[in-house]
Design a binder for this molecule. Structure first.
Ligand code: MD3
Ligand code: FE
Length: 206
């Protein structure tokens, strides 16, 4: 069983959860997912301002954002096709890291180039808030920040490296969090550089 560090109550960090071979296998599966469901550039509700992070999804539901708002939907916003299925190794990671939780319905795939970041936010578009979110990181290291239940609460930051996993549950499930920056050149996993983060999520009430 993987060993984790509880960084703040409900947030457990598993450094090196995936070994290099498992990271390469997941990277290769993601190539097939992205071939079927290309990265799209989400936009902010109302303003339409583009995110610096590109996204796609696998699983029955996928998270999208545009002028109309944030939401989960069963199809890709530009191709109109259903999202590709979740690979068995992701379901296995969920079973190990979120034992007893209902099956995940969405895997959001975020791609960060060297200049991309994600502003401090909460994840609250899921009706099932009692299930944790499971995060897997591949490629360049990120400087990740987590705070409290209000935007102004104190924050702490730490690095998420290729192969690291995190679970966000309990009191951390609605914590503000974001990605301050990517440490370009810190990993050789992705030939073109950058970082991929996968988040496995239960969306509907079990
Ligand atoms: C802490 N992604 O997709 S993953 C997101 O690295 C997102 O791409 C970041 O925030 C990334 O929404 C962070 C880890 C994560 C996910 C959900 C959380 C941390 C969280 C929910 C609550 C607290
Ligand atoms: Fe988030």
């Amino acid at each position: 069983m993987a060993s984790g560090i509880e960084v703040v109550p409900g947030l457990v960090h598993y450094p090196g959860y995936l070994d290099r071979a498992a990271q390469e296998a997941l990277r290769d599966e993601l190539r097939r997912i992205v071939a079927a469901a290309p990265f799209f550039q989400p936009r902010m509700p109302r303003t339409g301002k583009p995110f610096s992070v590109q996204m796609t999804n696998c699983g029955p539901l996928g998270w999208v954002s545009d002028e109309a708002g944030y939401r989960y939907q069963p199809t890709h916003p530009t191709t109109g096709e259903p999202w590709p299925p979740m690979p068995p190794r992701l379901l296995a990671a969920w079973a190990e890291l979120a034992p007893g939780a209902p099956p995940p319905e969405a895997c959001l795939v975020n791609f960060y180039d060297a200049g991309a970041r994600m502003a401090l936010h909460q994840d609250r578009d899921e009706a099932e808030l009692s299930a944790p979110i499971v995060s897997l990181s591949l490629g360049d290291t990120a400087l990740f920040r987590v705070g409290g239940l209000t935007r102004g609460a104190p924050t702490r930051s730490f690095r998420l490296a290729s192969g690291d996993a995190m679970t966000l549950g309990g009191p951390a499930r609605l914590a503000f969090h974001g990605v301050d920056r990517i440490l370009a050149g810190s990993s050789t996993l992705l030939a073109e550089g950058g970082r991929i983060n996968l988040t496995l999520r239960r969306v509907t009430r079990a």
